[in-house]
Design a protein around this ligand. Structure first.
Ligand code: ADP
Ligand code: ZN
Length: 526
């Protein structure tokens, strides 16, 4: 059995562990289970790769990123690690070869797609060899609430019972408390030690502006800030559609920026060339759909720009996290507006998923909008989303240039007292935003009549605000934790912060947002 430090140095060529890596590796080498929450680029792979090499047997890595498996395995082989993978892209002969290598004890690491791991054949195979550990990568895929839910992850809980003596390590960059709890629960990791990294990226400054002329705004941003020592800096611009990617890249090139488009519809060879240039040359700006960046490690990306609203805060965090991995000052810039929200709404409405899936997407969108609309420090808001506390950073846009605000205490109280009355006076279950807004605005809907909600003293007391303004109020109250969405239907419940607002002990300051209504227009109030 080799020593973890020796493996780190001789196999991976690193001098020292980073952050929690050392503790995690030592814990897993010693046979303990672990849940690792670490942001993208934090160095999760090493946390299971080193223990797999130190412990006897083969480390089995469950990963949903089939497209990346071949690359990951090739990179490990270059380091002299005996790695292989099993997934649906393989020929039967290839698979048979991997299987016999595993049985013979000739593998250090075996990457397996979750759907494959759950087959009787694979479980049978695994029982015929020695397993060093199970690593469950992208463990948030087990969360039905999350944006990457994979039903196959649910069956991975069995591993605890089938191989009780094999340590398991679950890893993710998604740190919301809810996801964290689901991972622990569904993967049967109750005995695991939890390692939660600091998600703050202090060298990144955050800025979100209202969209007026996105390409021009982007160009101004790149010209003024995407410059290091007089030379254009390397950056990534994310756009939602291929069309937008191409048009933006063209626009930047026409304005003297060394920009290249990157999306799945482009020729493979062209994509490879773009990637190589991005990695090797200085000052290249890649305009890409979100597919770009997974598994790419370029430390000196100086800025990440979003010209379309990301679908979730997780996505935003991961994408912006590709900036400044070298620790030097970097910028995360975004512009969003009416069209974005409309487009995202449409995408959600048209998505193939069931109603619950759509609600989850809606919640993600709302959280993203809350980040856009916050009057708080962006960093505080971002970290709070991931369940971490921080002090105002002093270098994001809202810290540097606090937005205009209005006193939303009275509307907040109207909402909260409606919720209280529904629960206390009528004994009703909690309702979603749509129905609460209908009550406040005095709408005449079948549901309101059936439930007798016209009898509430708060019925119609919020008619001074339109439904869109109410949505903005509610979204911001959700963002600050004054009310909380619950369950599959996203019904709103009171929190410990509700009372002080209701009693007038705290004031609620809301952002005056010129793009306030877009979030909600076109959304059903039912
Ligand atoms: P994650 O999976 O958390 O996104 P990776 O495991 O891909 O992150 O690691 C990100 C980058 O950091 C990789 O290039 C990796 O080689 C590098 N890295 C990880 N740990 C160390 C370390 N201890 N020393 C130096 N580089 C490291
Ligand atoms: Zn700030």
């Amino acid at each position: 059995m080799s020593d973890m430090w020796e493996v780190l140095r001789s196999t991976f060529g690193y001098e020292s562990f980073r952050g929690d890596q050392e503790q995690i590796v030592a814990h897993v080498v010693g046979g303990g289970d672990a849940v690792v929450l670490m942001p993208t680029g934090g160095g999760k792979s090493l946390c299971y790769q080193v223990p797999a090499l130190v412990r006897e047997g083969c480390g089995v890595v469950v990963s949903p990123l089939i497209a990346l498996m071949a690359d990951q395995v090739a990179a490990l082989r270059d380091l002299g690690v005996r790695a292989a993978f099993l997934n649906s892209t393989q020929m039967p002969e290839e698979r048979a070869e991997v299987e016999s290598a595993f049985r013979a004890g000739n593998l250090d690491l075996l990457y397996v797609a979750p759907e494959r791991l759950n087959t009787a054949g694979t479980r049978n195979l695994l029982s015929q060899g020695k397993i060093a550990l199970f690593a469950i990568d992208e463990a948030h895929c087990v969360s039905q609430w999350g944006h990457d839910f994979r039903p196959d992850y649910l069956a991975l809980g069995d591993l605890a019972e089938l191989w009780p003596d094999v340590p398991r390590i679950a890893l993710t960059a998604t740190a919301t408390q809810r996801t964290h709890d689901e991972i622990t629960d569904r993967l049967h990791l109750q005995r695991a030690r939890h390692f939660v990294a600091d998600f703050d990226r202090p060298n990144i400054t955050y800025r979100i502006v209202t969209k007026t002329d996105p390409r021009r705004q982007l160009l101004d941003f790149i010209r003024s800030e995407g410059v290091v020592e007089g030379r254009p800096a390397t950056g990534i611009v994310y756009a939602l559609s291929r069309k937008s990617v191409e048009a933006t890249a063209e626009f930047l090139v026409a304005n003297g920026i060394d920009a290249m488009p990157y999306h799945a519809g482009l020729d493979r060879r062209l994509r490879q060339v773009t990637l190589e240039r991005f990695l090797r040359a200085d000052g290249v700006v890649v305009v890409a759909t979100i597919a770009f960046g997974m598994g790419i490690d370029k430390p000196d990306v100086r800025f990440v720009a979003h010209i379309d609203l990301p679908k979730s805060v997780e996505g935003y965090y991961q994408e912006t996290g590709r900036a400044g991995r070298d620790g030097l000052p970097s910028a995360a810039w975004m512009t969003y507006g009416l069209a974005d929200v409309m487009q995202q709404r449409r995408l959600i409405d048209q998505s193939d998923g069931d109603a619950q899936h759509r609600r989850v997407q809606q919640q993600h969108l709302d959280a993203m909008l809350a980040l856009c609309e916050t009057v708080d420090c962006r960093r505080v808001q971002l970290l709070r989303y991931f369940g971490q506390e921080a002090a105002p950073c002093g270098n994001c846009d809202t810290c540097l240039d606090p937005p205009a605000t209005w006193d939303g205490t009275v509307p907040a109280q109207k909402l909260l007292s409606t919720m209280v009355r529904l629960q206390r006076d009528l004994g009703d279950p909690p309702y979603g935003a749509g129905h609460l807004i209908d009550i406040l605005r005095g709408a005449d809907t079948a549901r309101i009549r059936e439930r007798g909600h016209t009898r509430l003293t708060t019925y119609g007391i919020g008619a001074d605000l339109d439904a869109a303004a109410w949505r903005s109020v509610i979204r911001q109250l959700v963002a600050t934790g004054v009310v909380e969405p619950r369950g599959d239907y996203g019904v709103l419940v009171l929190t410990e912060k509700s009372g002080p607002v209701l009693r007038g002990e705290t004031t609620v300051m809301l952002r005056t947002d010129p793009a306030r209504s877009p979030a909600t227009r076109g959304r059903s109030t039912k």
